[in-house]
Design a protein around this ligand. Structure first.
Ligand SMILES: Cc1cc2nc3c(=O)[nH]c(=O)nc-3n(C[C@H](O)[C@H](O)[C@H](O)COP(=O)(O)OP(=O)(O)OC[C@H]3O[C@@H](n4cnc5c(N)ncnc54)[C@H](O)[C@@H]3O)c2cc1C
Length: 320
């Protein structure tokens, strides 16, 4: 039986992503034994100790310079074995969504997918996840010796780092070029420098009612910029060419979990709700008082978005 919690910490441009700190701090708060970090590839690991890790297990090899399923699953399995942890946490990012099902099968570990809460029940970590497009919540109890959980970003707050340092333990996963099943030829950064939707803490989203791309850009994007929010859209808006595919929120788009989600002219179809229902505060602006989105909104404004959005933008700019 393993002991403690291992957090798989993802990096971007050489530094840990915010989700690494979120999960390390939550792991400490769970109080289920020692907390360690798992890092795959190079990068500055110096802040991981200050956020709760007592040890950093690092798999660094040329084969993990870029993500590929085969090499990362092997590296994750080696890191977990080296740590001896009973529970492994990772952010529900695109790579983790790809790697963790295979990892679960490879090491025979139970897997709680995209949980939004975790608790310690007598030393055993139990996850809670939304199902049926967020209509119900289920508890995930893992019976195997090692339990894996992917956690929806922004599920837990991130406090200031409290100090401390972690010893780095190099792990040899025995990687060879045969493990690299995908070759990365190029990386193209999106022109838009906003935080990725799945990790954004504030989102301003628009629906088909914005009518044209020009109006979407002129009405919604300045409002998002005023509060440092990332822009999202309904599928109807994306299909109509008002916003990019990467901006779609929902069942067939991105699942988001921000502190604040402002929906302009979005009806609140079940497939849209599936992607944003767990947002902490939902503000809906819709001219139809019976629009389904109002059943889920924390605050609602019944009115014409073309009047309300500019007023809100001007007001929010005063405070930014
Ligand atoms: C298999 C499947 C998967 C899907 N996946 C997704 C998904 O991932 N994401 C997603 O979003 N949808 C998805 N959909 C589509 C979904 O069912 C809805 O069609 C879509 O969400 C509707 O988008 P909308 O709210 O922008 O448009 P509409 O439903 O047309 O709603 C427009 C809203 O704007 C309001 N409005 C109009 N003018 C104004 C104005 N001037 N001011 C204020 N309010 C105004 C209207 O009252 C209305 O409520 C999926 C559907 C299927 C079948």
């Amino acid at each position: 039986m393993g002991n403690g919690i291992l957090v798989y910490c993802e990096f971007e441009n050489g530094s840990p992503r915010k989700t690494a700190y979120e999960l390390l701090q939550k792991a400490v708060a769970l109080g289920a034994g020692p907390v360690s970090a798992l890092v795959i590839g190079g990068g500055d690991t110096s802040t991981l100790g200050a956020n709760g890790a007592t040890r950093v297990f690092q798999v660094d090899a040329p084969q993990v310079a870029s993500y590929s399923t085969g090499a990362y699953v092997k590296a994750l399995a080696a890191g977990i074995a080296a740590s001896g942890a009973a529970t492994v946490l990772a952010a529900a990012s695109s790579p983790a969504r790809d790697a963790f099902p295979r990892l679960s099968a490879r090491i025979g570990a139970g897997f709680g997918v995209e949980v939004t809460d975790l608790r310690n029940e007598g030393g055993k970590i139990v996850g809670r996840r939304p199902v049926y497009a967020g209509k119900a919540l289920v508890d995930v109890n893992i019976l195997s010796a090692v339990g894996l959980f992917t956690v929806r970003p922004n599920s837990f707050p991130v406090a200031a780092a409290s100090g401390g340092s972690a010893a780095v333990v190099a792990v040899d996963a025995g990687l060879t070029d045969a493990d690299v099943d995908v070759k990365v030829i190029d990386r193209v950064a999106p022109a838009n420098k906003a935080i990725d939707l799945t990790e954004a803490d504030r989102i301003v989203s628009g629906g088909r009612s914005l009518k044209t791309k020009e109006q979407f850009d002129e009405v919604l994007r300045p409002l998002a910029a005023a509060i440092g929010a990332t822009v999202g859209a309904s599928r109807a808006a994306v299909d109509a060419g008002l916003a990019g595919h990467g901006e779609q929120v929902g069942q067939t788009g991105k699942v988001v979990n921000p502190s604040l989600y402002i929906a302009f002219g979005i009806s609140g179809a079940i497939q849209h709700l599936a992607g944003m229902r767990t947002s902490r505060v939902i503000v809906a602006v819709n001219k139809d008082a019976d629009a389904p989105i109002f059943q889920y909104a924390t605050y609602g404004i019944v009115g014409d978005l073309f009047e309300i959005a500019p007023l809100l933008t001007a007001e929010l700019r005063k405070h930014s």
